[in-house]
Design a protein around this ligand. Sequence first.
Ligand SMILES: CC(C)(COP(=O)(O)OP(=O)(O)OC[C@H]1O[C@@H](n2cnc3c(N)ncnc32)[C@H](O)[C@@H]1OP(=O)(O)O)[C@@H](O)C(=O)NCCC(=O)NCCS
Length: 170
Amino acid sequence: MDIRQCREGDLGVLERHMPSPGRTRRHVMRFETQQRGLSTFLVAWHDGTPVGTAQILWNGCKAPEVRDRFPDCPELNGLGVWPPQRRSQGIGTALVRAAETRARHKGCPRIGLGVDDENHRAASLYLRLGYQETGCHYLDRYHYLDADGLRHEVADPGRFLIKQLAEQPN
Ligand SMILES: CC(C)(COP(=O)(O)OP(=O)(O)OC[C@H]1O[C@@H](n2cnc3c(N)ncnc32)[C@H](O)[C@@H]1OP(=O)(O)O)[C@@H](O)C(=O)NCCC(=O)NCCS
């Protein structure tokens, strides 16, 4: 498996293999954020097929209640492995480690991530990988466009975890 930064030419194949829900162009939005220098959009490839994505938001979590408490803490966001049969094979772990390596190379002493209160499996994976509870609970707000183009606002309750990166060999 190969993990690398998304390129413009990857967007079509990404959308075909890891389709965005409804009319939201998730990969395009993430690529545009990367183009603005605000993120690094990572894609995991297996035999020429994209099987997972993650992005590092260098300015941190967009929720003000997290950002105020943890300024200068980049956020690992949008981790996903697709299709579901690809899960539990180490792809998610490899993406998390690749993001941590990039953050370490940038000199970041820590990296954080948000996990939905209902997503117990993802939370236990992050805790196993060394992320620690911060006690910071917040609403993860985002929107998506359904198949008819209707905009839906979502606010998922979740919590923010942090991993110290300094002096931890990857
Ligand atoms: C959460 C998610 C990204 C994790 O990715 P993943 O590729 O399944 O994660 P990993 O395979 O690295 O680790 C998960 C499990 O596989 C096991 N595992 C890791 N490497 C393995 C390997 N080589 N062989 C067998 N099992 C392995 C781990 O022990 C872990 O066990 P679990 O199933 O009890 O949790 C993925 O499940 C996913 O896309 N979920 C839906 C979206 C989501 O919830 N995203 C997170 C938002 S916070």
